[in-house]
Structures are given as structure tokens and as C-alpha cells.
Write a protein that binds this ligand. Sequence first.
Ligand code: NDP
Length: 483
Amino acid sequence: MNVQPKASHFVNGRPMEDASGTIIPLIYPATGERLGQVHAATPPVIEAALAAAEDAQRDWAARTGAERGRVLIRAAQILRERNRALSELETMDTGKPLSETLVADAASGADCLEYFGGMAGTLTGESVELGGDFAYTIREPLGVCVGIGAWNYPIQIACWKAAPALACGNAMVFKPSEETPLSALKLAEILVEAGAPAGLFNVVQGAGEVGAALVADARVAKVSLTGSVPTGRRVYAAAAEGLKHVTMELGGKSPLIIFDDADVEDAVSAAINANFYSTGQICSNGTRVFVQTGVKAAFLARLAERTARAVIGDPMDEATHLGPMVSEGQRGIVLNYIEKGVSEGARLVVGGKARPGPGWFIEPTVFADVTDTMAIAREEIFGPVMSVLDFTEEEEVIARANATEFGLAAGVFTRDLARAHRVVRRLRAGTCWINQYNLTPIEMPFGGVKSSGIGRENARAAIEAYSQPKAVYVSLGRVEAPF
Ligand code: NDP
């Protein structure tokens, strides 16, 4: 499959190249093969993208919401029509198996464009009665927004940022992760095909310094980042210099709590989804699986049995469950954590090895008898490594689940619904699931508390994140003054 794009960037409605930018190789994670290259954006490319966005935004904001929405809905339709090609591209770029990308990447992006496309025409301000006089508010866009993506869900992240931003009348300059530069370029083309004006959605490639240059620019009103906590701290600080709006979707070490009375088969399914989907490269993964002691043996036995059946291999084969890690570097990080788990005394139940041969494959790995102080229980690994911890009491597990700097997500498995709601209310996490894990429908707000982030993506909450009310006081009487 030829994945080489026409040009590295997409600026002002068309592909743009500047071959003097640093080379970013395109590597297929399943084989390590080099498929092509793009160039990092140079200062003239960054300037062109920001200038185009600023120009396009004025006209776009002047259109009606329904007109803006129509473009987004058309883009969603094109994404769906091209789902297979986009999924194959995403698989080549990320290494995620086609069995996932066919249903979870461009498809989720299309849901998002459709959802915010439908909402665009409904965005209104409020009327405020003031006993004679009155006020009204106008929901205004912020202006030029910058989106910066991680490598695990490239087109989904681009859509989750672009759709609400564009629905509200903003323009965007998007920088994908340098690991996965390809699908955002396709989204940019599709938006133009769907009727978006040139310059409304621009893509520039590059590593952190390109992101940093965008964040620092005075024309930028808002920054939405999906990335790790350390990057989040840096980007938040840089945005604060310019008093810019931010949305920060950062890392996690989320708890999945399984009580004795849970349906064991469902709990095992959830633990698998919460740790091994996308080869474990998901921010909201429930990587600390707290299992009540009464169900521990049954849970671990079924988990080991089912995990051993996982098909690892060619991600383009639709029968494959786990593809490789995104890069050699990420595989090294994950293997290092597996070694730490062993040396700190956790019990390796299944997996634990890299697969020999080309590509950055790691077996799905389960550790049992993990304690709260071990590195594998405290730090985000971002790979297929599950830590199973024991607990006995509800109070105890709530305290331990919350004893982390992260607060992205949490899950509770129990047949006692009163307990489920009681526990969820006390978990410090932005997104919680009861008897389910990692489903993120577009209608539900998504985001973290504590170090896991600021603000929410998806749902109506995202409208607040990409617009602001202008308040207008209207006097119907005379003006009084003290002298
Ligand atoms: P990174 O934090 O390494 O990078 C995120 C993005 O920020 C990349 O595009 C990166 O560029 C860019 N970047 C790095 N430094 C700067 C800077 N100083 N200024 C502006 N931009 C910068 O994350 P990863 O790509 O490694 O993704 C994994 C992380 O993302 C995990 O921690 C994961 O939990 C989190 N994540 C969070 C999600 C959420 O919704 N909460 C969802 C998905 C992932 P480049 O890498 O190209 O150099």
C-alpha cells in the first residue's frame, strides 16, 4: 500500500511542501519497514497555516450555524464512504489491527463530525430578564484554535478537536504526532471536499517544537492537546503566557474495580478491553485492576485462559487482535516496565515477552499480586500490561483507587447497583463506567480530573470549550448618574 502523501502539510485548502524541514520517516510498526517520509513544518509553513486560519475564520464565523453544520455532516459521510481506505492507512501508520481501525477510528471521527454538525445550527445565546432592562448573550467562537494530537487515535483525535471547533465558528491548525502524520491530512482534504473554505482546517507536521511554536503565537486563542502529563504541563504553561483557553486530554492510570458479586465473564471481558485494545495504547485504560479477594482465583484463571488465546500478528489480517506497539521506542519503554514488574516482585501470570522478528510486538501481559507502591501500579505504561491488585473492603478500594495523581477514568463491576453508584460518586475521575469499560460515545463528555486534564471533549461540554458568551446589556430607560 502506498501511504506517501502528496505533500507533508495541508495549508490554505491544498497540500503544501517545504523540503527543507527535518525529515520524519514513515515507519510501518509491524515490520519496521520505511514507507516514505514527510517533513517537519518550517517557520514559513507555520506562518502560512496560521495566516490562512485567521483569514478563513472570519468568513466561516459569519455563516449560519446550519451552513457550518452541513459541511461537517457532508465530511462525516465522506469519512464513512472511505472508511476502509482510511482504516488501512491508520493501520499502516499506527500498527493497530484493522479489526479495530475499521470500527473505532475514522468511524468515531465520523460520529463526531455528524454530532457537532447537527448541533451547529442549534447554538444560541440566552436572554436574561432584568426587570425592565434586559441582557442577551451571543455565543461567539474563540478564533484560531490549535489542536495537537497523540499517536494512538490520530484521525479520531483530529475529529474530536476539529468538529466542535468548526461547529462553533473557529478555524484550526492541527499538528499530528510525528509518529502518525498521515490521516489528519486526509481529514483536511475531506473537509475541503465537503465544502469547508480554504484555510479553515490546516495540518502542519513536526515534533514538539512545531507544537510549541503554534502555542506561542499571538493569533492563537485556544490550544487543545492530547498527550502525556509532562507535555501537558509544558503546553499549559506556554498557553498561560498568552492567557489562552486550553483543553488538556492527558494520561491516566485508571482503576477498574471488580467486586465479588460481579459477573466474572463480563469483568474479564472489560479487563481485556481496558488493557489490550489498541495494544494497550489508550489513555483511559483501566490498568490497575482491583479484584476483591473472593473472586480473585476465578477472575485470574479466566483472564489467563482468554488472554493466551489472543491473536498477535499482521495487523492487516482482520483476524488479528493485537498489532505491534507504535514504535521501537515505545516498545522499549513497555519492556522496561515489564522487567520492573518482575524485579519488584509482581507475579507474571501470562505474557511478558517481546515477539522475535521484525516489528515492535509485545505479548499481552498480566501481573498479579501487584502492590500499590510498585512502578507498574503507579506510572502510565501505555502498553499491553495489566496489573491485578487484591482488595477486601469497599472503603479500602476507594481510597487506593484515588491514591494517584491521575484521574482520567474508572470502572466498577458489581451486581449491586446501589454500591456501584455509591462508589462511582467517590472516585476522582472524569469518566466512569458501571459494568462496562472504555466505551466513549460522542454523546458523553470525556476528560480527566487532577493531572489527567482540564476540560472535556465530546457532548455539549465541548461547545463550552470552543466558544464564549458575549453579554449585551440593553437599557430601555434613562441613564442615571450621581452628579
Ligand atoms: P506526548 O505528550 O509525547 O505528545 C503529544 C503531542 O504533543 C505530540 O504531538 C507531541 O509532538 C506534542 N508536543 C510535545 N512537546 C510539545 C510542546 N512542548 N509543545 C507543543 N506540543 C508538544 O504524547 P504521546 O504522543 O506519546 O501520546 C501518549 C500520551 O497521550 C499518553 O500519556 C496518553 O495517556 C495520552 N493520551 C491522552 C488521551 C486523552 O484523551 N486523555 C488520549 C490519547 C492519549 P511529537 O510527539 O510529535 O514530538
